[in-house]
Design a protein around this ligand. Structure first.
Ligand SMILES: [Zn+2]
Ligand SMILES: [Zn+2]
Length: 287
């Protein structure tokens, strides 16, 4: 590893963040620069359903002295609702796997069009082009729909768009039809990666059922440390991971649009022993 720190205890991590390659506000190189300014030296780029930010992030990482881990956050539909699966060290070595990851773009675009149809049926008209303009080259997501709605003056802010229309259970919600969580775990493994359940405390369905489905699928870890998790949830998910020999991870889920701004980067840390286990699996010398 080029920028290997002396010991893992010296490392400040950010293991969950988004860039303009999906629905983040900052470009991959800007995220790396901000992370470095916050003292982060191990940074995973985990954009939704795409690896597109990696090359730029690696280059910036070389420049700023940040070790960049190629990651992804795959959206899935489980029996318990929408579930996100993080992949770390995702390095697809064959064309078929690369193609399967690239196909996730079509799923997201189709979902966005379905959301717009539902909105239109509610009398809220948002042209697809307006959403695409928000997404740029990035993977389209609900935040882009919300930002287009704000720009068109249909809602006062992004949160209102979610609360009234776009959140799970609201009238313009459309579930992800792409992969199941087990599919995502298998796809991440096929790309030589480590599969981690993202923010388990955020799901509305039966978490026990979900965790067991993922265990059977070969899950490698659980993101126990997360800004919105209560201390009880952190403890519960850590205990679950340890009981089943899984890795424990954590990250801020930085998008760049949060009130804390860039100070969110590196704000969630995993205890040293757990980080050491993760670093070893990621192929870093954990000192
Ligand atoms: Zn997520
Ligand atoms: Zn995320």
């Amino acid at each position: 590893m080029k920028h290997a720190p002396h010991t893992i205890g010296d490392v400040l991590t950010e293991l969950h963040c988004h860039t303009t390659a999906s629905d983040g506000v900052f470009s991959p190189s800007e995220v790396v620069r901000h992370a470095r300014a916050r003292g982060v030296t191990l940074l995973a780029i985990t954009d939704h359903d795409t690896l597109a930010g990696h090359a730029e992030a690696f280059e910036a990482g070389q420049h700023w002295g940040v070790c960049v881990v190629p990651g992804i956050e795959i959206s899935t539909l489980s029996s318990q609702g929408e579930v996100h699966v993080l992949g770390y060290n995702v390095r697809p070595s064959d064309e078929a796997v690369r193609h399967r990851i690239a196909a996730l773009r079509d799923v997201r675009e189709h979902r966005a069009r379905c959301i717009l149809e539902k909105l239109a049926a509610l009398g809220v008209h948002v042209p697809f082009e307006a959403v695409q303009a928000q997404a740029g080259d990035g993977m389209i997501g609900r935040p882009h729909v919300a930002r287009a709605m704000v720009q068109l003056g249909l809602v006062p802010d992004v949160q209102t768009a979610f609360d009234r229309y776009l959140a799970e259970g609201k009238p313009a919600f459309v579930p992800h039809e792409g992969l199941t969580p087990a599919d995502a775990v298998h796809l991440i493994h096929a790309a030589n990666g480590i599969a981690v359940l993202a923010h388990p405390g955020l799901y509305q369905g039966n978490i026990e059922v979900l965790l067991n489905e993922l265990l059977i699928a070969g899950l490698d870890g659980v993101e126990a440390y997360y800004p919105l998790h209560t201390p009880e949830q952190v403890q519960r998910f850590t205990a679950f991971a340890q009981q089943h020999g899984l890795l424990v991870t954590g990250g801020s889920d930085f998008h760049g649009s949060e009130p804390q701004g860039v100070s969110l980067l590196g704000s969630v840390q995993v205890p040293e022993t757990m980080l050491r286990a993760l670093a070893t699996r990621l192929g870093f010398d954990a000192g």
